[in-house]
Design a protein around this ligand. Structure first.
Ligand code: PBG
Length: 331
C-alpha cells in the first residue's frame, strides 16, 4: 500500500471540514489514503483586520509548505486566493461548488426586510458593507472578523451585541450550521465575492502523478464559473480599488439548431459589479458566452465595467492612502 498523501490544512473548523471532505473524496475516487497536516498561518496568529493583513496571509504558509515539500497538496477557499499565479504550483481541481450566496443570520428569525431601521449588522467584507449600505435601509453596518463561530456568537451567543451578521452560506454549510440562517440573500441584492463557495485544490505543478489523481475531483462547470469571476477580478484589480462582486452560472443554453440532435449546449452567464464602500455608487453588468471562453468573458466584462467608470469609484485606498491592501483581501 502506498504512503498517505499529505494534505496541509489550517486548523480552523472550516478549513478542517473542507480539507476532510476533499481527503475523503480523493480516497473514495482513487483508493489513496490521505493524512491531514496542520499548518499555522500568519492569519491565524494575528487579530488585525483582514483588510490590513491582506488576503494572502491565510494562504502563503500553505504555499510555502507545498514548495518546501513538507505537504503534497492543499485545499483553499478559492475566494481567499490572490489573483496572481503562484510559481511552481497548480490548481489541479475545482470540486463541485457550494451555493455561492451570502446568508443572513439575524435575531428573532428576521429577514433583511424585517430588520428595524438602525439595526446593527456585522460583516468584515467591504463588498458586503457596500451592498448593505446600498439597500438604503439605514442599517448600522459594523466591521467584524474572526472565525465563523466567533461571528455567530455576536448574534446568537450569551454576549450577543449585534442584530445580524452576513456570512457566506458555503462556510456555514461546510461546518453544518445552515440551521442558523434566517435568509439566504438574493444575488440581486447581495452579489457574492468572486469564487465564493468554491474550493481550489493545489499541488506542485511538477508532481505529475498527483496532478492526475487530483484531476478526478475537478468539476468543469464550477471551474468555468470561477475562472470567469476571477478573470474579471484580476482585470479590475489593475484599474480600480473599490469592492468587486461577481457571480457566474453555467447552464444548458438554448439549442442553436446547428449542432447534432441531442447536443447539450452549455452557456455561461456572468454578472459583475463594482460598488463604492458607502453604497452610493456602483457599476453593474452581465455577459454570456460559452464556458470554454470563461476567462475572456471575465476580462471583457471587467473592461466594460472600467469603461463605465469602475475606476472612478473610490475604494478603501482612497481613504487610507497607499499601502492599504487591495479590496479583495477583505473577503
Ligand atoms: N475569508 C472568509 C471566508 N473565506 C471562505 C469562507 C467560506 C465561504 C467560501 O468558501 O467561499 C469565508 C467565510 C465567509 O466569507 O463568511
Amino acid at each position: 500500500m502506498s504512503a498517505p498523501l499529505r494534505l496541509g490544512t489550517r486548523g480552523s473548523k472550516l478549513a478542517m471540514a473542507q480539507s476532510g471532505h476533499v481527503a475523503d473524496a480523493l480516497t473514495a475516487h482513487t483508493g489513496r489514503p490521505v493524512e491531514l497536516v496542520e499548518v499555522v498561518t500568519a492569519g491565524d496568529r494575528s487579530h488585525a483586520p483582514v483588510h490590513r493583513l491582506g488576503v494572502g496571509v491565510f494562504v502563503s504558509a500553505l504555499r510555502d509548505a507545498l514548495v518546501a515539500g513538507t505537504i503534497d497538496f492543499a485545499v483553499h477557499s478559492y475566494k481567499d486566493l490572490p489573483t496572481a499565479a503562484a510559481a511552481g504550483l497548480h490548481i489541479a481541481a475545482v470540486p463541485p461548488r457550494q451555493d455561492p450566496r451570502d446568508a443572513l443570520v439575524a435575531r428573532d428569525g428576521r429577514t433583511l426586510n424585517e430588520l428595524a431601521e438602525g439595526a446593527t449588522v456585522g460583516t468584515g467584507a467591504l463588498r458586503r458593507i457596500a451592498q448593505l449600505h446600498a439597500l438604503g435601509r439605514q442599517l448600522s453596518v459594523t466591521p467584524i472578523r474572526g472565525n465563523i463561530d466567533t461571528r455567530l456568537a455576536r448574534v446568537l451567543g450569551p454576549e450577543a451585541d449585534l442584530d445580524a451578521v452576513v456570512l457566506a452560506r458555503a462556510g456555514l454549510a461546510r461546518i453544518d450550521r445552515t440551521d442558523v440562517i434566517t435568509e439566504t440573500l438574493d444575488p440581486m441584492l447581495m452579489l457574492p465575492a468572486p469564487a465564493q463557495g468554491a474550493l481550489a485544490v493545489e499541488c506542485r505543478i511538477d508532481d505529475q502523478e498527483l496532478v492526475e489523481l487530483l484531476a478526478t475531483l475537478d468539476h468543469a462547470p464550477s471551474r468555468a464559473a470561477v475562472t470567469a469571476e476571477r478573470a474579471m477580478l484580476a482585470t479590475l484589480e489593475a484599474g480600480c480599488s473599490a469592492p468587486v462582486a461577481a457571480y457566474a452560472v453555467v447552464a444548458e443554453g438554448e439549442p442553436t439548431g446547428s449542432g447534432a440532435e441531442g447536443d447539450v449546449v452549455q452557456e455561461i452567464y456572468l454578472r459583475g459589479a463594482v460598488i463604492s464602500p458607502d453604497g452610493t455608487r456602483e457599476v453593474r453588468l452581465s455577459r454570456t458566452g460559452t464556458p470554454a471562453d470563461a476567462a475572456e468573458i471575465g476580462k471583457a466584462l471587467a473592461a466594460e465595467l472600467l469603461d463605465l467608470g469602475a475606476d472612478s469609484i473610490l475604494g478603501p485606498q482612497g481613504q487610507d492612502g497607499p499601502g492599504t491592501q487591495q479590496f479583495g483581501s477583505t473577503e
